[in-house]
Structure formats: structure tokens, C-alpha cells
Design a protein around this ligand. Sequence first.
Ligand SMILES: [Zn+2]
Ligand SMILES: [Zn+2]
Length: 640
Amino acid sequence: MMIGWFPVPYPDETFDSICYRYAKRMHYSHKNALGEDLFGKRIFSVAVDVPRHLKYLIENLPPGCEITADKIIDGHTFLPYYRPFLKRAVYAQLITQIMSKDVNTFNVLGALSRFRKHVPRYLRYCPECVTVDRQHYGETYWHRQHQLPGVYVCPMHFVWLEDSQVYAKHGSFAQGPITAEEAIAVARNKPRPIDKSQIAKLLLRLSWSSNWLLTQSLDDDAETLFQKYYYVLRAKGYIHGSTTIFYRDKFKADFLSMYPPDFLTTIGFGSIAHNPEYWSKQLTRKGYRDGHLSVLGHILFIQFLCQTLDEFFALPKEWQPFGNGPWPCINPVCDHYLEPVIDDYFVMFSRNNCVEGQFECKCGYVYRLWAPENPYQRGKPPKPMVVTQGSIWEDHLRRLWNDSELSVKDICRTLGVVSYDTLKRHVIRLELNFDRGYPLVYPTPKKRISKDRQLKHPKYSVVEGRQKLTDVMNQQPDITRNDLRREYPTLYEVLWRQDTEWLENKLPVRARGTPRVNWLERDAYLADKIIDIAETIRNEPGKPVRVTKTEIARRTELTALIMNGSPNLPKTKAALEKVLESREDYAIRRTYWAKEYFIEKKVVPRWWVFVQTAGIEKSLFPRVEALSHVMVGEIEDDIR
Ligand SMILES: [Zn+2]
Ligand SMILES: [Zn+2]
């Protein structure tokens, strides 16, 4: 049965509002009649967000009516608001189901259950909008944007929305269809402007964002959503490194400072205030799940990450840190210099959370670029770092270097080398001779270009890297971590970045500072050495030298240990105590020495001359004094 007349929908009117106006005009007071007229069957309700059985309605509209299914879906349902958060396939199924006449189709609307969670309980209206509608159209109607979850403020008039008496949640017709005109006639009509509180501002922003989403008809597939979330979180510094290191505390603190718990409670997200980081975990993991979070939740999250939803949805679906390819070769001697000939690049994440791309031309030239710090912020172009010059470039260098007509400056310019020092390093690497009359100065080892870098570009995968490292360590079991890093920097880098744990387990234990001292060994060595030294000092010809700590220390390489004493050296300490000479002992030794001295000279000294020569005048301990008298007597006996 053709529908004789159908209301012309007002801008942003909800689909149920259109149906109610129809019922009113037809003087239907019961839902059954309405259902049979518009949908060909008895219905229990018309939901505020998504209609059903649209096909029957569209097919039975009066001739000349300009209403189409698309117009209804885009302009009078919540579907444009739901759509960016649904996978394309799910959305397509949803449309099929909405259009279907058959009740028994698979129920995809279940996918919307979470989306519908925050739909308001009662249909809402803005008193200012009501006035405007009545001036323009002679009646008011239910506005779609006022019924969206989390919308408490009219985005146009900055006044609080008012709840009507009409139950919205399940669109039940229990009370029969009620038009806005009827419902609001009896309601309070005085507009209540919002104040300047933070909550009011946040609610207003939420209204704007929700309304923006509703009116965009975005054709996004939620499949790519998690990627965007992931990259923006990275750009904002909440995710670090190639693995997902998520800064929970920072995220939570920032999130709650933007959305105070009061606000979250107001919009029905009170529980999320305890662990907002749970969201971002759900939203950024690979494989987006439809309807895991309500649209309102997504909006909060997007507003947190970007200034506006507009900004977020304008981001490229797949992040291209280096713009769109192909990318140029920057080898000045390549036939394709500065031509876009490189189709693909190899992405690496660096230690400081930057993204690095490695570009390789067929000529063998390989360079890297750092992505700008914020992947979505186009700054000045990053400066390339050359990884490998490649054989064509090297052949050029050989030829130019051997051409005595050319100056080094010319060569540098031709090859795109910034300085003579850099050129020299390449000359040394390629083992060219230095007959050009320039002094041969080797670059410092630190700056020498490593073999591994210059070899055929080593683009190890993790698996290859593991194999390579295992091979190296089998061949050189004694290799240290530092040697490894010096000799195979790229290998080390690849594994360090992508397979840290495996690398750490595989590598030799890291030596920290100076190697561990074997104190036992050192103690025994020092004790022996001290006794030797003491013996040497005692037996030296000439005037005796006293065996003191200072003298011993002076003669060993471990001065400080001996001078300061170390609790780790008990034998050394004992040896020192044994060999050190007291002043008395030293004086006695000098007395003996002086005796030999005078005997050799065949002179019998007077006692005081003997004491002065021995240098013991200040050490005349009783034993020394007695001995000196004895010695003078012995000299006399010996010579006579
Ligand atoms: Zn309004
Ligand atoms: Zn090239």
C-alpha cells in the first residue's frame, strides 16, 4: 500500500521524530497502525539512533518524494557518528540489515550495543532551538545532535539541554508516538546558559566534537584506527621504542588533568577515571575490535590526543614519516642523481624514539633519514646520513683520485663529500695511495669507517643477525662486547634494537670499568717483591740507604697500594713490617758500613769523625754508641 503523504524531514531531525510527525498528522494514536503504514509490519519501537526496515518505507513513499535511504541514513540517523569506529565490512552488513525487510537476518545491530550505551534516557531539547524552529517552521522537532551520547549542551546556543518526558533509550512507543511539539509545549522553556566552569567548557567541546562527527559522513575504516592511535601516542611521547613501552603514569596523569573525575562521572565514565590507560592499551593493540569502546570514549580519547577531531581524522591512514615515495638517490655520481628512483625504505626505530628510514638506490648508495620528532608535524627536511657509497661511487673516487689534474676540492665537490678529512677516510678505506703530495694523516680510529658498514649493505633480519652473531662468537670465543661493537656495528645495532634480550643473554658478561682484581694474587706478588726490594736496598754498594716504606714504594709500580695500605693485602703488610728498618737498626748498619770505609782507606778515625762519617750523630742510641766505640777499636786492630 503506497503511503499517501510523508513529512519533509527538517534539518538534523531524528528519524523517529519524522515518524512521530507522520503519526500525528495521520491521527494515529497507536504504534501498530504506524508500523503497518511505514514498515509493512507491526513494530514495537523506532530507535532514536538507527532505524530498521527502511526498504519498505523507501519503496512505498509517495511519488515525487525526494527522500532516499542514503539521505535518511546520513541526515537523520546516528550512523555517520558510529561509522568511523566500525570496520568497513561491519558497516556494510549493518546497512544491509537496516534495509532488509526480512526480520530473520543475522543481527549486526548487536555490534552497536556498546555504542548505544551512553544514549540518553529521555529525548532532549534546547529551549533556544525550540524558539528558532517555531519561528522558521511553525513547529519544533527532535534534533539528532541533542540526542547524542555525552551531549548536554547545545553546541549552537551554549545552553543546557533539557530532558523531555519522552523515553528515548529504546524508542518505546508505550505512551504512543509523541512529537517534540507536543512534548515540549508542557515543558519548562526558560534557557539555562552554561557557566564558565571547566566542566561546562569540556561539555561544550564534547558537543562540538560530537556534532562535527555527525555531520562529516567520514568514510573511514576502523581497521586503521589503532595505527593512528599508536602513532599519535608515540608522537606525544606515551609510547617509546620499537617495542611498546607505555608510560602509564604519564598518560594517566595527563588524561586526568585534562578530564577531571567529576567530568568523567557526569558523562557516565566515572569508572574509567581509575585506569584510563586501559583504554589506550585496548585501542592501540593490533587488530581493532568493533564496539569495544563507545563512540563517546573514542571522542574523549581523540580530543585528548589532538586539538580537534578534524585534525585527527585528517591524519594519513598509514603513517608516512618521509612523505610519499618514490624517494631520490642522493649519490652525485649516480645516473639518477636526485631522481625519485627508490621505491621502498627500511624502517628502524632508534634508541631515542625517533624513526629512521634507510633508502637504497640500485647504484649501491645507501642513506638514512631521521623522521621529524613528531611524525605528524612537518618541519624542515631531515638531513641524510650516508651509510654506504657503493661501488659506482667508489669507482669514481678511484678514477678522480688518480687524475692529477684535479684538486682535492674538485673531487670533494664531484663526489658530494663535505671535507677533505672525510675524503681521506675513504681513500684510506679503499687503500688508494697518497701520492698526491698531501701529507698522509691517518684519521683517528674512532672516525675510521668500519668494514661492516661498508661491506655489501648488511640489512640483517633478526634471524640472520642471530645466526651471524653466533657464527662470530664461535669463531672468536674470546671476543669482547666492545670488540664486537667495533667490528660489527651494524650487526650489533640491529640486534640491540630489535632483539635486546637475546643479545644480552648471548654476549659475554659486560666488564664494568677496570677488570676485577685478584687480590690474593696481587698480595702474594707484592709481599715477595717487597722482600726482594728490601734485600736489594740493603746490599747496594755505597752509603747505606734506609729501608723505608717510601723507598720501597718508589721502586714498585703499585706505590699507592703500599703507601696507603689496603685491607686486601695482609701478606704485603706483614712483609713490610718485617723489612722496614728502625732508626736504630739503620744506624747500626751505617756503623758497620763506616768501619769498612775506614779500613779500606787505612785510616784510623777519631771517634767523633767516625760518628760523623757514619752519619749517626743524631741516632746515638746506647747500643749504637757502644758499637761505634767497638768499631773504632776494630779498625785500629785491623790496620795495625
Ligand atoms: Zn540550541
Ligand atoms: Zn643511485
